[in-house]
Design a protein around this ligand. Structure first.
Ligand SMILES: Cc1cc2nc3c(=O)[nH]c(=O)nc-3n(C[C@H](O)[C@H](O)[C@H](O)COP(=O)(O)O)c2cc1C
Length: 441
């Protein structure tokens, strides 16, 4: 009964916001299992906080090696209302203190509803019921607002570890994990993030089972497991909207957001309670700053000015809250990866190739060095003519997999020669290293 009242209230709220309110599900859909378990009481905190808001939720996706505290804070400063930690592998998280120290960076001074801060959800992954439950317990005790189960990761490592999108169709196991966490942590909001299946019937069946087991909010990425990396396609918003209509719990729509206009479009099309973005937000962390959206036809200089400003703001935050961990993904590598994406347009030009190379160099491992590169780029952009930095408006980090890049680097024989030389030198170095290791030199 409570859920019916909540669903009606939500429909009225969505309608008041001008969203297209979902019509009743078709007969075929209503035959699928979707009612929550009778023993399951929705928790009043995070979920009601999110669903009672007069505006939709604008969400920063969970992102391995890119959901650091500084980046979460940056997106919050520019309109994000809910953020996630990166995916935390449950077994590693439970068994290793150094893994926790290197990957988990919740900060109650800046986040967590119980500390009067914006909410944070911690995401876990794995196929072991015991480890998943223990990881959820440790995270809940540390003060995050909710636990999310990753049932959408399409990477090879997820196939090997039987988690993410590979675990999703194994509904007996996923629902066992959900029930076990719910039993242990009845008052901690539990959410899940899924990908759509090849057909809508399977998507709705799986979503319904997760809801029935106790999941209180579901994020739906409107792409299938195969639609990944270079096979990334336009996300299927219609499938997301069918899940919204089918379930009683709030649904977050994810996938295919390129700019601020798409944020409104996905919410209007799907009637989801929130929109989650990843790649577009990595490039433009002010995606949700609707007061300051740039006109579609503005010059590259205006776009680059905004990008440099955001990048500098991120660097200041990263000085205050350096990303945890080290190695290829954590620590300063995370900072460099953010800077690269925010300044992708400029770094793709042969004119700034040297700065791109410097940023990528392994000797660039301190925030001051990265800051210097950004400052250099800023002064060179200031000195450049408008023609020098006139990139097609379709050129961006977001588009790199989505269509052939429209930009053709200006043919510059010297730059091309230089690039070939750099590549040859790197190949030669790698070969010498290999030979040395073989001969024990
Ligand atoms: C760098 C990167 C890391 C990601 N890591 C995670 C993760 O840890 N957990 C997860 O559920 N999804 C992860 N994703 C997927 C995103 O959360 C999101 O579902 C996907 O990128 C589609 O959204 P988009 O079209 O807005 O990019 C990652 C995506 C990117 C680009």
């Amino acid at each position: 009964m409570r859920l019916v009242v909540a669903a009606l209230a939500m429909m009225m709220m969505l309608s008041a916001r001008g969203f297209r309110v979902p019509t009743s599900p078709t007969k075929r859909l209503s035959s699928l299992s979707s009612s929550p378990s009778p023993n399951f009481t929705p928790t009043p905190d995070l979920i009601s906080y999110l669903t009672s808001s007069p505006t939709p939720q604008y969400i920063t996706a969970p992102m391995v090696a890119q959901s650091d505290l500084a980046f979460r804070t940056l997106t919050r400063n520019h309109g994000a209302t809910l953020t996630y930690t990166q995916m935390l592998h449950a077994r590693n998280f439970v068994s290793s203190k150094s893994f926790r120290d290197d990957n988990y960076d919740f900060n109650p001074k800046l986040e967590g509803l119980k500390y009067n801060n914006p909410p944070l959800i911690a995401q876990i992954a794995g196929d072991d019921v015991k480890f998943m439950t223990e990881a959820a317990q440790i995270l809940a005790d540390s003060g995050v607002d909710g636990i999310d189960i990753n049932l959408g990761c399409p990477q090879a490592i997820a196939r090997k570890g039987n988690y993410g999108a590979y675990l999703l169709p194994q509904t007996e196991l996923t629902t066992e994990i959900v029930r076990s966490i719910k039993k242990k942590l009845p008052t901690t909001p539990l959410t899940a993030k899924i990908r759509i299946q090849d057909n809508i019937y399977d998507t709705l069946t799986i979503a319904g089972k997760l809801q029935e087991a106790g999941v209180e909010m579901l994020t739906v990425h409107g792409r299938t497991l195969k639609e990944n990396k270079t096979l990334t396609r336009q996300a299927n918003w219609d499938a997301i909207s069918q899940v919204v209509r089918h379930l009683d719990i709030p649904v977050i729509a994810n996938g295919g957001i390129e700019d601020s206009r798409d944020v409104h479009a996905i919410l209007e099309t799907t009637a989801a309670v929130g929109c989650m973005s990843s790649e577009a937000l990595l490039e433009n962390p002010s995606l949700y700053d609707f007061q300051n959206v740039l006109p579609a036809d503005c010059s590259s200089r205006v776009v680059l000015d905004r990008q440099v400003k955001l990048c500098k703001e991120y660097i200041e935050l990263a000085k205050l809250y350096p990303p945890v961990g080290n190695g290829r993904f954590g620590g300063h590598s995370a900072v460099k990866a953010h800077v690269f994406k925010m300044l992708y347009i400029a770094f793709s030009s042969p004119k700034f190739q040297d700065l791109r190379n410097n940023l990528g160099h392994k000797k660039t491992h301190k925030i001051e060095q990265t800051e210097e590169i950004v400052n250099d780029l800023e002064s060179r952009l200031n000195m450049a003519t408008d023609e020098d930095i006139d990139f097609p408006s379709t050129f961006s980090w977001y588009r790199r997999h989505r269509q052939p890049l429209v930009v053709k680097p200006t043919i510059n024989k010297n730059a091309a020669k230089e690039e070939i030389n750099v590549r040859l030198k790197a190949l030669k170095e790698r070969r010498t290293e290999r030979m040395n290791s073989l001969t024990g030199a």
